[in-house]
Design a protein around this ligand. Structure first.
Ligand code: BES
Ligand code: ZN
Length: 447
């Protein structure tokens, strides 16, 4: 095993699950490991405690007149359940079929460490980097980065930079260099519907008392029209229409056709807003999704109960220029208007994040494409992403810098699911990509 893979395996062994307080010590230990790694490479690295999980910042010796690049990543991961579906233990990385199997291998430890190891390699080969570098790594991305915005405000001057690079997104097909120039935003909530003061016998009371589970089902059904368009008043109001050059460009992107979506998801059919391709629906159109739903008896067999309450967890993916709080206000008023009689409704707001899009043809965008072309030997495709990295728009607002997304995760990476994986080949390409990227971004005359 190469020393780089050995480093990745150590990094992957920390169960740094940010949402689960039982793992707070593991998250911190993972941050400490990072600080040691970065310090060992000759960078000045610091662990900054926050009210939640730590932020790690590292930098080389900055030289005035050089360009400053900030590289962001997250070392926290999503929970592993359902555990029985994993072929190998999520925090005991294993290589099978040329892929590294572990929670966080793709999202985001493998991609993030490729940046770190690319820098290590350049430092070893050249003694210095061609530019001023800031590494900013957080442990709360998977829970909506609640403490990173305040951290940016408090450290705005030290974090000032010309451009930001992130590898925490996808690559459309193996070996196909992919630059992302947009991310969807997100707004989450949980809806709790309450009826009688306690569970009731469904024979004695059903038909006379409203059923909260039925009410939840009606509310969920009211979110879309029969064709798949979101039916919430005002929802599409601030949506920036897709540009025709984007539609033309995306029509040629490999790996995202209807057939690819059908094959990749194993779904018997596709469904979504009429008039848009699957790529357009996920990259540039807003959506409403049910992430969890419950109420009433969930055990084996039947139980004739009329549940006292039921819930649904919703998330809305947003696109420029939608505002999460404005969208959530539309959703709440929609839910209130559609709530059937005989039950009460409570909406608990969850985390949110703004959508983001930048110009892929900017000078920095072109420099990143040069690096991708050099490493993969192909013309990069330019996409927006369906997922969210809420801090990216905040970077723009607080640090005044735009972000380039250099994704390395394949569509079958199973991020957030059992059997997450990352090809060894992509990890190694990521190391080379970092080296090329820093070189391309440092060239002053072109920008
Ligand atoms: N790395 C993902 C986002 C991603 C994955 C973007 C693949 C594009 C392609 C990130 O870690 C993530 O999962 N973000 C969450 C954010 C949420 C918890 C606020 C998401 O998108 O659900
Ligand atoms: Zn994630």
């Amino acid at each position: 095993m190469t020393p780089q893979l050995a480093d990745l395996f150590e990094f992957l062994r920390f169960p740094s699950i940010s949402t689960d307080s039982r793992h707070a010590g593991d998250v911190r230990a993972c941050a400490e490991w990072l600080v040691d790694k970065l310090t060992g490479m000759g960078l000045a690295a610091e662990l900054h405690p926050t009210p939640g999980h730590p932020v790690v910042v590292a930098r080389n010796a900055h030289v005035s007149g050089r360009r400053t690049v900030l590289i962001y990543g997250h070392y926290d991961v999503q929970p592993v359940d359902p555990l029985p579906l994993w072929k190998s233990a999520p925090f005991e990385p294993e290589i099978r079929d040329g892929k590294i199997w572990a929670r966080g291998s793709a999202d985001n430890k493998g991609q993030m460490l490729a940046h770190v190891l690319g820098v290590e390699k350049t430092l070893r080969e050249q003694g210095d980097l061609p530019l001023n570098l800031i590494f900013l790594f957080e442990g709360e991305e998977e829970i909506g980065s609640p403490n990173l915005g305040p951290f940016l405000l408090a450290h705005r001057d030290e974090l000032r930079c010309d451009v930001i690079a992130i590898s925490d997104t996808g690559m459309v097909a193996p070996g196909m260099p992919t630059m992302g120039y947009g991310l969807r935003g997100i707004s989450c909530c949980e809806v709790i519907v309450r009826g009688p003061k306690g569970d009731l016998h469904s024979g004695l009371f059903g038909g006379a008392v409203a059923n909260p589970a039925t009410a939840v089902a009606r509310l969920v059904a009211s979110l879309h029209d029969a064709n798949g368009k979101v039916a919430v008043d005002g929802f599409y109001e601030d949506v920036r229409p897709l540009e025709s050059w984007e539609r033309d460009m995306w029509a040629k992107v490999p790996g995202v056709s209807e057939a690819d979506f059908l094959k990749g998801t194993g779904s018997p059919g596709l469904f979504g807003e009429p008039g848009y391709s699957p790529a357009e629906r996920t990259w540039a159109r807003p959506t409403a999704e049910v992430n969890g739903i419950g109420g009433g008896y969930q055990g084996e067999g039947s139980k004739t109960v009329l549940p006292a309450e039921a819930f649904v967890k919703l998330s809305f993916r947003l696109v420029p220029d939608q505002e999460p709080s404005k969208v959530m206000a539309c959703v709440v008023s929609h839910l209130e208007r559609h709530c059937p009689p005989g039950v009460t409704l409570e909406v608990v707001h969850g985390h949110d994040g703004k959508p983001y899009a930048t110009d892929p043809h900017s000078p920095f965008g072109k420099a990143a494409q040069d690096a991708l072309r050099e490493v993969f030997g192909k013309e990069p495709v330019l996409i927006r992403e369906g997922g969210s990295i809420p801090i990216v728009q905040t970077f723009r607002e607080i640090l005044g810098a735009d972000t380039l997304l250099l994704g390395l995760a394949l569509s079958d990476a199973q991020v957030h699911a059992p059997n997450e994986n990352f090809p060894v080949e992509n990890f190694e390409a990521g190391i080379r990509l970092n080296q090329a990227l820093l070189r391309c971004l440092s060239v002053k005359s072109e920008i």
